[in-house]
Design a protein around this ligand. Sequence first.
Ligand SMILES: [Zn+2]
Length: 62
Amino acid sequence: MAVPKRRKSKAKRDSRRATHKISAKAYNECEKCGASKEAHRVCTSCGWYKDRYVLPVVEVEA
Ligand SMILES: [Zn+2]
């Protein structure tokens, strides 16, 4: 197995860790109410997810 010749500096190590998991959240429009919602999350304004309402107590304005 390949072995690193030199130990990485603290700056290298820290900058590598600093960039982990940094990304802007993905947003889509809810297909039911058209509000902007986070992708792969329940719509916060109407409770719609996938193909049904998943939040139990949600007032939907007609
Ligand atoms: Zn919605």
